[in-house]
Design a protein around this ligand. Structure first.
Ligand SMILES: [Ca+2]
Length: 269
């Protein structure tokens, strides 16, 4: 009796191999490749970073490790051009200083916005303001640095790294949101030191770090006694010490001035 040709002969070993390859292909994780942030945003991966400072002001202590889930954050402060789109789409009233030519060029940061205005813009974009933890991690990375670019800063030396008080950085007031590229943070986020100080999501509590959760802290659950929101990064009216990555500011969420702006966050899921 003749055997069938080799190519058509039943081969249990070959069948097992085929099933294995099929199952392996189905059960293997999909290799998604590098994360592609939405336009104008930077990706900050999940993980721990050092928050606060062991030797700074009382509200910056103690230095402690905090974990955040992955998120995207605006690479730039929200500009007047972007805010104009929001006003056009929603009828939201213009910020204070909207007609002030010193602050209103399209590529300059939106100022004169309250915390509530900033939140309204963020919601319109399907986003929110960064928590203090998200803001600080995006500014300083995981090595506890003092400034977005590192630990050293001579504000008069080139390249200029940030817009703080004075004219040495070429800007006596605010600067375009895409300026100071050499001062980018480890995640490529610009102007986390200076230019406009930035509203954060959290209520401000000077004692929050003494008992804050380790995972995704979001600040006190309700308004504490001070009834103020956190503000970060320092601005064009501050000196270098006040533009450190862990420096905490606060103010009434209704205040509108020409030194506060904001940027938005989108959780990465
Ligand atoms: Ca800033």
């Amino acid at each position: 009796m003749k055997c069938p040709p080799a190519a058509t002969r039943f081969n249990p070993l070959r069948l097992s191999l085929a099933i294995f390859i099929l199952l392996a292909g189905v059960s293997s994780p999909v290799h998604a490749g590098p994360v592609v942030p939405p336009p104008g945003m930077a990706y900050v991966p999940e993980g721990y970073f050092q928050m606060g400072s062991a030797s700074g002001a009382d509200d910056e202590k103690p230095a402690h490790y905090v974990y955040t889930s992955a998120y995207f954050i605006d690479k730039y402060e929200v500009s007047n051009a972007q805010y104009k789109e929001f006003m056009k789409a929603t009828g939201h009233p213009p910020p204070k200083f909207w007609e002030d030519e010193r602050f209103n060029p399209p590529d300059f940061p939106a100022v004169g916005v309250s915390w509530h205005d900033a939140m309204a813009y963020a919601r319109w974009k399907g986003r929110r303001l960064p928590t203090e933890a998200e803001w600080e991690k995006a500014a300083r990375g995981k090595d506890g640095r003092l400034f977005p670019w590192g630990n050293q800063w001579d504000p008069g030396a080139q390249p200029f790294l940030a817009n703080v008080f004075g004219k040495k950085d070429r800007y006596p007031l605010t600067a375009p949101v895409k300026s100071f590229e050499p001062g980018a943070s480890p995640y490529g986020v610009l102007n986390m030191a200076g230019n406009v100080a930035e509203w954060c999501l959290d209520w401000y509590d000077p004692d929050y770090y003494l008992a804050s959760p380790e995972i995704n802290p979001e600040g006190p659950s309700g308004p504490p006694a001070l009834n103020m929101k956190a503000v970060r990064g320092g601005s064009w009216v501050n000196g270098p010490d006040n533009a450190r990555t862990f420096k905490r500011y606060r103010n009434d969420p209704n205040v509108k001035n020409n030194v506060y702006g904001f940027r938005t966050v989108l959780p990465a899921r």
